[in-house]
Design a protein around this ligand. Structure first.
Ligand code: ADP
Length: 334
């Protein structure tokens, strides 16, 4: 499909370039041809005048003839040169057009590839719970001796699968929402303290459940950002810090201003991230093996991809430092 579009665009480039080139050639041809005609007329007049003056030795008629031949030859040469120039332009424009069409279409191709990858990943993630849901319903429907208690257990388990799917599709929708060119951002001046406190409030219940204390050191800074998404970003980082934190430990959220930049860090004393996982944690659906196996740690590997997208939309940077078994610190620079 990309190749077809590239060739189509090349043809359009060629048509435009050739139209301009042929128009130029015509102007040049008509201009030079006009000059040659004028020269021809002047020659005729000169001859007439010389004959009228009845020069003692009239000029030989071949002179007149020779001039006409030379003019005709010049015209032919001009036509051939212009045809060759146009052929050269056609070939050069063909190559240049093909190259430029490739460059023009590359971002569109990358966007389409990304969209396809997104759809494939999403379908893959959705298919597993859907298949398990379908199988369990089918198996139990075939069971003629199904008791009320078993049916209730089945519905309970199905409900959990449905909840999993709901949260997963919510995550996918959030990611798609931020995938828009400007990410639906609404930039305004807001208090970072307010945003951070809001985010902490949202994860307080989870922290309490996990017996984790949240320590915040937030400066009263004004920041130009999209309030909703920045709150979401901090919730993702705090949520992870709690999920992967150790019981009775603490999670820290700090903000500071340095060289005109706002730095927000979220750190925990949790399980840490293996070195081999670090380059992948911002990838969609990536989950370190340990997180998959850690009991009660729910997740779909979407949080950090959403976080990264939000930071990018703010022209910021997100980085991570982690030591296995000791803890992790995420730093956002805006
Ligand atoms: P998930 O829904 O699995 O938490 P994320 O995209 O938020 O998805 O995180 C991706 C992976 O990065 C997690 O599965 C986990 O392995 C790792 N991770 C993220 N934050 C932390 C953290 N604070 N401590 C340890 N591992 C983390």
């Amino acid at each position: 499909m990309f190749q077809k579009a590239r060739i189509k665009l090349t043809v359009w480039y060629l048509i435009i370039i050739m139209l301009v080139s042929i128009a130029f050639s015509l102007v040049i041809y008509l201009g030079i041809n006009g000059e040659l005609g004028r020269f021809e007329r002047l020659q005729g007049l000169r001859l007439q005048r010389e004959q009228q003056l009845m020069l003692p030795v009239p000029p030989p008629p071949e002179i007149h003839g020779l001039d006409l031949e030379a003019i005709a030859a010049a015209r032919t040469r001009l036509t051939i040169i212009l045809i060759f120039i146009n052929l050269g332009i056609f070939v050069a424009a063909g190559f240049a057009g093909y190259f430029l069409a490739g460059r023009t279409l590359r971002p569109i191709k990358e966007m389409l590839d990304e969209q396809n990858r997104f759809i494939t990943d999403a379908s893959h993630e959705l298919r597993t719970p859907l298949t398990s849901l379908k199988t369990s319903i089918e198996v139990n429907l075939r069971n003629k001796n199904l008791t009320i208690n078993q049916a209730k257990n089945l519905i309970q388990s199905n409900l959990e699968d449905v909840e999993y799917l709901r949260v997963l599709s919510d995550g996918l929708l959030r990611l798609a929402y931020y995938q828009e060119p400007n990410g639906n951002m609404l930039f305004e001046k807001v208090s970072l303290k307010e945003i951070a406190e809001n985010a902490v409030d949202k994860v307080r219940a989870l922290a309490l459940d996990n017996k984790i204390k949240i320590n915040s050191k937030i400066e009263n800074l004004e920041i130009h950002c999209d309030k909703k998404s920045l709150t979401e970003l901090l919730v993702i980082l705090l949520d992870n810090a709690i999920k992967y934190g150790k019981q009775n430990s603490s999670v820290k959220i700090n903000t500071l201003k340095e060289d005109g930049k706002v730095i927000i860090s979220v750190s925990d004393n949790g399980i840490g991230i293996d070195e081999k996982d670090l380059p992948h944690i911002f990838d969609r659906f990536y989950r370190a093996e340990k997180s998959r196996s850690k009991e009660n740690v729910s997740g779909y590997g979407l949080g950090l991809s959403i976080a990264k997208k939000i930071v990018e939309l703010h022209n910021g940077l997100i980085s991570v430092k982690s030591e296995k078994g000791k803890g992790t610190t995420f730093t956002v620079t805006l």
